[in-house]
Design a protein around this ligand. Structure first.
Ligand code: PLP
Length: 429
């Protein structure tokens, strides 16, 4: 099957002239899978249509936010109604209170929450708050964990024990990451060493409770409880970055799923219903350090934007326990089907998951950390991606991203995906 992508290609050529790399976020460029990104004209439910008129079953779902699918009617109606009342005021609105209450009700560790416009801002602000509240400097993070692109959190480099902040990208100075300690995920000794050496000056340990930006790498049994214990013993705060996991792996996020309570949590993606909205929160005792109550400055012209708030609130209200059960069931069916497809083809893969958050690693062994993730066969992934795209299935264009099912996907959609994957896998072997 060949598909022309004439209009997408033409737009991409134009985009390359005026937008660096033709895209507004790097992974969209198809850099690691080859070919031209599809320019999307519209989405409905589980499907997107590109500017050349091709329809795809979508497993990107805007990288997670669209847990109810594209253009979900209740969300469209809520956003439209809010927009008609005015797009932004720069003064408080009722919806912000209701969304904060909805978050606090679902996530018991969060007593107060501040809204931002992106996950990056939420992560950056949470770390500033942690430093301001503890009077300490250092941040511990894990290699391969993504907390947005603020300078101090972009240090992700280097395996090995307690690698001291090597900037991961040009433009981030050594100064900006000098207080960032990077350790391998699922490694207890490295965390113990970091605390043994710097314990008195560690403000916060940040993690994705389920790593989902290097493929999906869940915590080993007991690892989150270990992180809770060691941070508490040293008077450091524990930050769960639930931008990906929040309101996806359970109604109350990964902290509910694993039963481990952090001091600070960041949210994004699902919480915004497809609009630029994110949040960070924690106990009232920590949050009171934020301006205007306390001295730690944090702000945003469009923070708590009423249109985004209306969409996010509507989405959260539709996500009840039954919704998560359905979503997890769809993921079960897809995971079983994909695992079978690759087994039949004699291709070694490891499907790793937490609830409906999962990915397929083209790797010989289960992946426990960033070094393991880097052993994956990215060329084979790329061939699989291209085979699926040609069949009308839009997967995330990278081995190192999760695959997103939504409540708009049906069991028929899943079965069609498995059939296409079975054909594609046979071609690869
Ligand atoms: C997407 C993501 C972010 C960044 O959010 P943006 O809204 O893209 O700035 C931060 N942390 C995690 C875990 C994410 O998945």
């Amino acid at each position: 099957m060949t598909m022309t992508a004439d209009r997408s290609s033409a737009l991409y050529e134009r985009a390359l002239e005026v937008i660096p790399g033709g895209v507004n976020s790097p992974v969209r460029a198809f850099g690691s899978v080859g070919g031209t990104p599809r320019f999307v004209a519209e989405g409905e439910g589980a499907r997107i249509t590109d500017v050349d008129g091709h329809r795809y079953l979508d497993y990107v779902c805007s990288w997670g936010p669209l847990i109810l699918g594209h253009a979900q009617p209740d969300i469209v109606a809520a956003a439209r109604a809010a927009l008609e009342r005015g797009s932004s005021f720069g003064t408080p609105t009722r919806g912000e209170v209701e969304l904060a209450e909805a978050i606090v009700e679902r996530v018991p560790s969060v007593e107060q929450v501040r809204l931002t416009s992106s996950g990056t801002e939420a992560g950056m602000s949470a770390v500033r708050l942690a430093r301001g509240a503890t009077g300490r400097h250092k941040v511990v993070k894990f290699a391969g964990h993504y907390h947005g692109h603020s300078d101090a959190l972009l240090a992700a480099a280097g395996s090995g024990v307690a690698t001291l902040g090597i900037p991961g990208t040009p433009g981030v100075t050594e100064g900006a990451t000098a207080d960032t300690i990077v350790v391998p995920w699922n490694d207890r000794e490295a965390v113990e060493e970091a605390f043994a050496e710097h314990g008195d000056d560690i403000a916060v340990l940040a993690c994705e409770p389920v790593a989902a930006n290097m493929g999906v790498v869940p915590p080993d049994e007991g690892y989150l409880a270990f992180l809770r214990g060691i941070t508490a013993r040293h008077g450091a705060l524990l930050l769960f970055d639930e931008v990906m996991t929040g309101f996806r792996v359970a109604r109350g996020g990964a902290q509910e799923h694993y039963g481990v309570t952090p001091d600070l949590t960041t949210f994004g993606k699902v919480v915004g219903g497809g609009f630029p909205l994110a949040a960070f929160g924690g106990s009232a005792d920590v949050m009171r350090h934020l301006a205007p109550t306390g001295p730690v400055y944090q702000a945003g012209t469009l923070s708590g934007n009423p249109v985004a708030v209306a969409a996010g609130l509507t989405q959260l209200r539709l996500l009840d326990d039954a919704a998560y059960k359905t979503l997890d069931g769809l993921a079960d069916r897809l995971i079983d089907g994909l695992a079978n497809a690759f087994q039949q083809a004699g291709i070694g893969v490891h499907v790793q998951r937490c609830a409906s958050l999962f990915n397929v690693f083209f790797a010989d062994a289960p992946v426990r950390d960033f070094a393991g993730a880097q052993t994956a066969d990215t060329e084979r992934f790329a061939a699989f991606f291209r085979g699926m795209l040609a069949r009308g299935f839009h997967l995330p264009p990278s081995q190192y991203e999760a695959i997103f099912v939504s409540l708009a996907h049906t069991t028929e959609d899943i079965d069609a995906t498995v059939a296409a994957a079975t054909e594609t896998a046979a071609e690869l072997s």
